[in-house]
Write a protein that binds this ligand. Structure first.
Ligand code: OOG
Ligand code: NI
Length: 488
């Protein structure tokens, strides 16, 4: 842990105004520097990721950059942060809004996890294609749910809410600068520097002593609850680089003696196209933290909450594709339960080979994954008119498809990531009724709309299809809504 301030960077010194995307890129970069100091194994992970990415580019050539240029992938990170109250969440949203990031997706990890993970989450990220290409930094952001009686009895809930109400995570100056950046979509260099310094500082691990008894009380319910509500500040939980070959990364980290969790979460490695998101992680070492004991003295303690994660991103699936994916995961679960001797990964590969198309073109033609389409520069010259369905247009070479990268998260993997890094399961009283939360509730708590990730990919795809239809003189609605046409 470092209690020294992170040295200021040079970002923003030479330009007149610092645009939002530059703030976002600089924030991600500084966070990375800060986290590398706090969790040295993270630096190893980043190094190995870069090595793997360069090797993949060497062996696969430009095909390696199909889901993002090496520049984008090298700089790409996602962070994870956790807050305690809707008011804190609204403040975090203001900071991310300054960076051009909006809340996308609702994840209920209370249901996805076996251990006690009393949070609901969203991810803040850029949503426009150009902004994503400039810097796709995203932050998985979780909100504690003290109102869920399965985890917190009324007495503990009241104590927890009082504790949370009495802390300040983000200084008013930071929030004021954030609002200005969001409104003006840029900041003058000096303000940008100040904003970045305060923003990174807000996510550093605090040196303030932790009240040990209070922390332990919450830890008995859930280590996640203690991490969020047991301390008077927040911190970056992890920062995840992106890698082009996660199986190779896993082997290399293991060879370096870093103990990884025993699986890669999400889709299996297989011969077909990469889809959605594959993630794995290692558990960080215990970090020294000052602890205040009940008699008021301060002693050295150790907390082991932070870790390193790495991910490989694939193509975004459509709603239909995602439903297929979820079915396949269930099928893998059932087969694994029937044949406990076999490795899950092997079963998964077999299931995928049986039930998913093996080429991008088939994924596109069957409407299972998202693409942007463009008219071929050299369409077939056989005198025929272009057909009005995308599958035939692709197969006959009228149109080319570029995959859209999955920019979001997977609830089951997220729960697995939380869980694999907990020492105890915590406690949960399932005889009590869960408090209900959904995307609508979260939008209300945030006072901003939580966007639907599918709708964002669809908009991008539809825009490109409308252009293709126009260029080929086809009926726009037939091309843009093929599913509706096939199944009236
Ligand atoms: C977030 C866990 C989820 C992911 O990549 O799925 C996550 C957390 O531990 O706070 O980051
Ligand atoms: Ni993560």
């Amino acid at each position: 842990m470092s209690c020294e301030p992170v040295p200021p960077g040079k970002e923003g010194r030479t330009v007149k105004r610092v645009e939002q995307w530059q703030l976002r890129a600089a924030f991600a970069e500084r966070l990375s520097r800060m986290y590398g100091k706090e969790v040295p194994a993270y630096t190893t992970l980043v190094e190995v990721s870069h090595e793997v990415n360069e090797d993949v580019l060497r062996t696969r050539g430009s095909a390696a950059e199909r889901l993002g240029s090496l520049d984008r992938v090298t700089a790409e990170r996602h962070g994870a942060v956790r807050v305690g109250t809707p008011a804190e969440l609204r403040q975090v949203a203001r900071i991310f809004a300054a960076l051009g990031m909006r809340p996308v997706g609702f994840y209920d990890l209370r249901e996805a996890a076996v251990s006690a993970v009393p949070v609901v989450s969203t991810a803040f990220r850029p949503v426009d294609a150009e902004e994503l290409a400039r810097n796709p930094f995203r932050v998985f952001t979780s909100l504690l749910t003290p109102g869920d009686p399965r985890f917190f009895d009324p007495g503990l809930r009241a104590r927890l809410e009082a504790f949370l109400a009495g802390r300040e995570l983000f200084p008013p100056e930071l929030l004021a600068l954030a609002d200005r950046a969001a409104a003006e979509r840029e900041l003058p260099p000096e303000q940008a520097e100040r904003f970045l310094r305060l923003a990174v500082g807000a996510f550093e691990l605090s040196c303030e002593p932790v009240d040990r008894a209070w922390y332990r009380t919450l830890e008995r319910v859930s280590a996640v609850a203690a991490d969020i509500g047991g301390v008077r500040s927040t911190h970056l939980n992890h920062l995840t680089p992106r890698v082009l070959d996660i199986d190779e990364l896993y082997r290399r980290m293991t060879a370096r003696g870093i103990e990884m969790i025993d699986t890669i979460q999400g889709p299996p490695g297989w011969q077909g196209p990469d889809v959605l998101l594959r993630q794995t992680s290692f558990r960080a070492l215990a970090e020294t933290r000052a602890m205040r004991t009940p008699d008021g003295s301060v002693v050295d303690g150790a907390l082991r909450v932070r870790f390193g994660e790495v991910e490989a991103r694939g193509i975004a699936l459509t709603r239909e594709g995602r439903a297929r994916y979820d079915e396949l995961v269930d099928l893998v679960d059932r087969r694994s339960a029937r044949t406990p001797g076999r490795r899950r990964e092997e079963i998964a590969r077999e299931v995928w080979e049986q039930h998913l198309p093996r080429t991008e073109r088939e994924l596109a033609a069957r409407g299972l994954a998202h693409f942007t389409f463009r008219t071929a520069a050299d369409p077939p010259r056989d005198g025929t008119r272009p057909p009005a369905d995308i599958g035939t247009l692709l197969r006959r070479g009228w149109v080319h498809a570029e995959p859209l990268v999955y920019e979001d998260f997977l609830p089951r993997s997220a729960a697995g990531i939380f869980q694999s890094n907990l020492t105890s399961q915590g406690t949960r009283d399932n005889s009590r009724e869960a408090a209900a939360y959904d995307a609508g509730w979260l939008s209300g708590a945030l006072e901003r709309e939580v966007l639907d990730p599918f709708a964002l990919y669809e908009q991008q795809q539809h825009r490109s299809l409308a252009r293709v239809a126009h260029e080929l003189g086809l009926d726009r609605t037939a091309l843009v809504h093929p599913v509706h046409r096939e199944h009236p």
